[in-house]
Write a protein that binds this ligand. Sequence first.
Ligand code: NIG
Ligand code: FE
Length: 416
Amino acid sequence: MNKVSLLIGPVNQLVTAKSIPWRHGDSVIIIEEAGVAVNGHEVIDVGPWREISRRYEGKCRVSAEDSLVTAGLIDPHTHLLFAGSREDELELKLQGTPYEEILKRGGGIYRTVNETVNASDEELRGILLSRLLEVAKYGTTTIEVKSGYGISPKEEIRLLRIINDAAGEALIDVIPTYLIHVPPRNMNRVEYINAVTASLDQAKELAKFIDVFCDDGAFTVNETRAILNEASLRGFKLRLHADEIAYIGCSDLVNEFNLTSLDHLLNMPEQNAKAMALRGSTATLLPATVLSLMSSKRPPVKALKDSGVPIALGSDFSPNTWVLNMQYVMELATYLLGMTPLEVLMASTVNAAYSLGFRDRGILQPGYLANMVIWSIPNYKWLSYELGRNKALMTISRGIILESKPTNPNVTKECS
Ligand code: NIG
Ligand code: FE
């Protein structure tokens, strides 16, 4: 008998991708009556429970006979760090005022910038940590967090430092991104881009990615190109808010740069799907923002799938799209974007890992990080079938059980 730190089983069903990324049509691993052996941070074995239970003895054992187990959820696109809220803009939107118009009037992002730059480090750190605790309750084990509500490089660096500090304390993994969000209202745009460029060396140790909001009302293609050029020279990984509000050519930049991910894509021309596939870029889709923008547009899901582009899902949590619950995003992906429960699971685990440039998570196989969710549903088809209930019973991050709702009598946890 091998001794391990955590033994999970029997569970009703285990579903995981075989490798990173998962493309439409790839087969997956489905094990009924499954078990998982974890030692420390790592998964060391996965298989039918009758075999796993013969091979391993766990210091702790979780049994969840009626449950599904999957890799932990990953949210690869969030604006988690800001102060204040914008609930009053909802009424403006309902009256038909477009997002770009609210922004032009100094509302939207600009308003959140005001509130954020006036908040202290301590306040912002507290806000961020409480949001990080909340997302784990819904199964998120790795999350990207963008800066972007500072605008001035000095403020953006402050926000990145706060993200890094919180990352050191959080129970889940936090991936910082420096987002060049919107041009300042009272500064020459060329001067601003020069100032951003000058801040990149300082940002290097604070952010894995550079992201630019390339769109009508934000940065032009030329401005975005200038920023991405400087960022790639300094070895940053790149991601892009592209074609969210309108198509002004932003997604075409996939032909010029190694973009780890292009996000939103509500107005992307279908032919760019082929270029994305060729370059190995992820399409990170954000269906909650389709709702919050009250948009009738949809990303070209079929073209992306047919071209073999890995599709990921993200929450886009922001004052415009207040959603910390990745399960809700998964449900919306089915009902708004036509993605099947299996596609949705792959998009929020293995492909979300790919979207963040990871090869060590998103899959439940030996050698991968022991990030998992035990779900209070019998099989993966329930993932986006059942709406509106928190279906995560237990969130496990790096082999540690974070969230446990022992209300289900068929789930037990025992430690010796
Ligand atoms: O991804 N598009 C830019 N940024 C966010 C919204 C931010 C905001 O409205 O505060 C987004 O939708
Ligand atoms: Fe966003």
